[in-house]
Design a protein. Structure first.
Lengths: 502, 84
């Protein structure tokens, strides 16, 4: 028997229902449409349905087929009456059997909505007044193009998974996740969590979109350049899933707001691009006893780590007790990165987040995952919680601090390098060879030692001399000067603003 | 007895990979610990990171810099990375 048909006689629900039975079915949902006694304020006494049957039956079959493809259901059927019907009579019947009730309800709703919307059926209403009138079917697609009902998120593909199901979907709906950074890692994390129906997502990002972001942040568009990324991301996510609650914090995640931001969420995902933020988020999560998923990328590779307060997994400081200073190891701007690399690592963060929220097996625990995307070599390095933290809160983390304070007077300003020379500084250009080749420094004696070589051999600098480190914008020279001071070189300074600031 | 040597597999990541100019290598060394091995390699390659800024893993487990190296150990030097 076909899944959709017209009937000129009373619909026999019992036999239709029996035909949907299946040993694997956990339930069945049905909808019955009845003839009512009023229409647009007029009392109705009788109704007559007429369909363009050849066309309508085919369209009906298509609708039931679509429901079977969209939802993980077992059986579905629909019968529509044609001819004369009395008040209270059954005009249309839809039935769906499925493993779980959510799919049965959703598919049943889908079928009746589409039938009302798409089937070429007319009804002639007979009014108490003795008049009668033909009324077009609700909105026949074949006859009048009209807006479809606004589409709703459909989680059927993940609900079909054994590890998810309706109960898992409800867990996701109740989950609250804070995503720090809406960049290369954040783009896939935010997209997948919103798509999955995570009920509340917070987005922290104080930056505006730059053209150089787009190759690895396909969440955005060229027309968005210069706009705040937190707001842009929220708009995209709302378009993807209007059912979820999206909160934006267009600000930097810092020591002052960290605890407050975190307090509203169950899980934090680190999608930031600097050590200061990563370590701050780590410390805030450890202090608050919240789980965090960290990822970082470098050129063609990445690292992934999951911290959970309730198992013995390492936090960032178990591995790196002293927060690494920014500028020492290249970030995306300095070292370069292939666009899909943060895409892959961010996708892995989304997977770990969903595994954690759904309580699925196989979560990263007490290990650091290192993935080299040039060779596909994956290393899982065991990283248990470090000694001072075992059995409780981390002994190293007692309060939230921003990045290590700069040393007073480390940065100096000059209008020209010549003036710096005359003030007694020896100029050291610490830029990479390729940068120097493109934009050499002119008109002043200087030494060129790329930052890597300089930090590798700080004793090439004479402790009696005074050095001014110079880079393109002043960030790397500041980090290098700070590092050299820590290594015991006393008179190194950084040119504020770098060459761009001269 | 002459200082013993051992064959070690070393893998480099991130900045170290760039500075060593390779993903990995197999080498014969007289270094007895990861600390000695890193010092030896630092003489060969322009590594900018000092040992304190790195982690070392021996046979897929984070290890102390002073642990004894054995023949056929697999060593990974891991710098922290921050890109996102």
């Amino acid at each position: 028997m076909s899944a959709f048909r017209f009937s000129t006689t009373t619909i026999n629900v019992a036999s239709l229902r029996d035909a949907l039975a299946d040993p694997a079915a956990g339930g069945y949902a049905a909808f019955e449409g009845w003839v009512r006694n009023h229409s647009d304020g007029q009392a109705v006494t009788q109704l007559e349905y007429e369909a363009f049957e050849a066309l309508a039956a085919k369209e009906g079959e298509r609708i039931v087929d679509e429901a079977r493809r969209r939802f993980p259901i077992l059986k579905a059927a629909c019968v529509h009456r044609v001819g004369d019907l009395e008040i209270g009579e059954l005009a249309v019947w839809v039935g769906v059997s499925a493993h779980h009730r959510d799919e049965a309800f959703a598919a049943c709703r889908f079928i009746i909505d589409e039938v009302k919307h798409r089937l070429p059926i007319w009804k002639k209403e007979h009014y108490v007044s003795g008049d009668s009138g033909w009324v077009n079917c609700e909105r026949c697609a074949e006859h009048e193009p009209s807006p479809r009902p606004s589409p709703a998120p459909d989680y059927s593909r993940q609900i079909a998974l054994e590890g998810v199901g309706p109960a898992g979907q409800a867990k996701l709906r109740a989950s609250r996740v804070l995503v720090v950074g809406a960049g290369g890692l954040g783009a896939p994390v935010l997209s997948y969590l919103a798509g999955a129906g995570v009920g509340t997502i917070g987005i922290v990002d104080g930056d505006v979109l730059d053209a150089s972001n787009l190759h690895r942040q396909p969440l955005y568009a060229l027309a968005d350049i210069g706009k705040p990324k937190a707001e842009l991301a929220a708009a995209r996510l709302h378009g993807l899933n209007p059912e979820i609650n999206i909160r934006t914090y267009a600000q930097r995640f810092d020591a002052d707001n960290a605890s407050t931001l975190l307090s509203d969420y169950d899980l934090a995902i680190d999608c930031s691009d600097n050590f200061a933020t990563k370590f701050l988020l780590n410390d805030a999560c450890v202090l608050a006893g919240k789980a965090a998923i960290f990822a970082s990328v470098y050129q063609y590779e990445g690292q992934l780590q999951l911290y959970r307060p309730d198992n013995d997994s390492a936090c960032l400081r178990c591995l790196w007790p002293e927060a690494t200073r920014d500028g020492i190891v290249g970030n995306c701007a300095e070292a370069g990165v292939l666009g899909p690399v943060p895409g892959v690592l961010g996708s892995l963060q989304a997977i770990e987040a969903l595994k954690l929220l759904l309580d699925l097996p196989g979560q990263l625990a007490g290990e650091l995952l290192i993935l080299d995307l040039t060779t596909y070599e994956t290393r899982r390095i065991r990283a248990p919680r470090a000694e001072p933290c075992t059995g409780g809160a981390c002994a190293r983390i007692t309060a939230l601090k921003g990045p290590e304070d700069s040393i007073d007077g480390l940065e100096v300003s000059f209008a020209s390098l010549d003036r710096a020379r005359r003030a007694g500084y020896e100029i050291v250009d610490i830029r990479e060879h390729r940068e120097v080749a493109v934009e050499p420094m002119m008109g002043v004696p200087y030494t060129h030692i790329p930052m890597g070589s300089l930090l590798a051999d700080p004793h090439a600098l004479d402790p009696e001399h005074r050095y001014l480190l110079v880079c393109a914008r002043g960030a790397r020279s500041l980090a290098a000067a700070l590092e050299l001071r820590h290594q015991g070189v006393p008179r190194v300074y950084s040119l504020r603003g770098g060459i761009a600031g001269l | 007895m002459a200082a013993s040597t051992r064959t070690i597999r070393v893998q480099y990541y991130a900045l170290l990979r760039e500075q060593a100019g390779r993903n990995e290598e197999r080498l014969v060394t007289s270094a007895a610990t990861p600390a000695e091995l890193y010092a030896e390699l630092s003489r060969r390659y322009p590594f900018s990171l000092v040992r304190e800024q790195l982690k070392v893993a021996v046979n897929a487990e984070f290890a102390d810099w002073s642990v004894a190296l054995n023949d056929n150990d697999s060593i990974v030097f891991i710098p922290p990375v921050a890109g996102g």
